[in-house]
Write a protein that binds this ligand. Sequence first.
Ligand SMILES: NC(=O)c1ccc[n+]([C@@H]2O[C@H](COP(=O)([O-])OP(=O)(O)OC[C@H]3O[C@@H](n4cnc5c(N)ncnc54)[C@H](OP(=O)(O)O)[C@@H]3O)[C@@H](O)[C@H]2O)c1
Length: 285
Amino acid sequence: MNVVLVGGTGYVGSAVQAALLSRGHQVKVIARHGRVLDGARLVPGDVRDMDLVTPFIDADAVINLVGIIKEVPAENITFDVMHVETVRRIITAMSATHVHRLIHMSALGTRPGAKARYHRTKWIAEDLITHTTGLHYTITRPSLLFGGGAPFFKMLQSQVKLPVTPIPGPGTSLFQPIFRGDVANFLALCVDTPETIGQTYEMGGPETLTLNALYDRVAKAIGKPHITPWHIPYGLMMRLAKVGQNLPGFPVSVDQLMMLAENNATEDRRWEKFSLSITSMQKDF
Ligand SMILES: NC(=O)c1ccc[n+]([C@@H]2O[C@H](COP(=O)([O-])OP(=O)(O)OC[C@H]3O[C@@H](n4cnc5c(N)ncnc54)[C@H](OP(=O)(O)O)[C@@H]3O)[C@@H](O)[C@H]2O)c1
């Protein structure tokens, strides 16, 4: 099938390209820059203003991966623009080209009234999708992804190397890290699995771990048997992040902190039924 992968050069996208190609699909990747795998084709452009109709002509399915974790308002990179307006533009272009199949990457914790604007805008996008008549959608909401150099785990790695590891809050929130390759395979499988149409899948990996346990895992993986944790109250972290989040090297954004303060785990295991593998967290973060 002809698949257009919007936002397909990033951390998740590179794995989705591989999964789609291995299933024999023709892959067109939209992003502003970056490289694509042999066999895929890059359509360079900015989703905020590019013509999406032309790349969608003859597509059988669109996968949307565009998402941000931190806003840069001065560059018009906001949650509203990147999460909501991008989806609106994609749906409009799909309607113009009579493409019906949309697989959309959301995130676990997405719900109306969520604290983090990341989650709230992901919810508005989901709502747009699920209320569009004639759209054959599948929505995925994974927990934290690991594998192949996940940005979040790289951040943990740099923190555990410090003599004292700053941990936001008590570190008791729960997470279900899920392997990037497993998510990528599932997204690729959705393209030609009609049973997934009209479904929203929450996705978690095989283990449920506290934030403290994640720090410990990462520390052990780099050969540090123990860390000295420094639990910084969320209120203080939040105030620091409000000032520092736009400075280079500042480790977390305000929205990330809000999300780290919540459990990010699900009992929805329906995705496993389709999965080629369910990968445990190992040393390759
Ligand atoms: N990583 C996780 O743990 C995780 C967990 C749950 C959900 N998610 C969701 O998964 C999706 C993919 O995440 P990721 O980690 O792969 O993000 P990423 O590495 O930042 O990749 C984002 C992709 O979007 C493209 N993009 C960004 N702005 C664009 C623009 N204006 N026009 C065109 N393309 C643009 C980027 O390419 P250019 O910058 O070159 O344009 C890149 O291809 C996101 O929706 C995210 O919310 C991720």
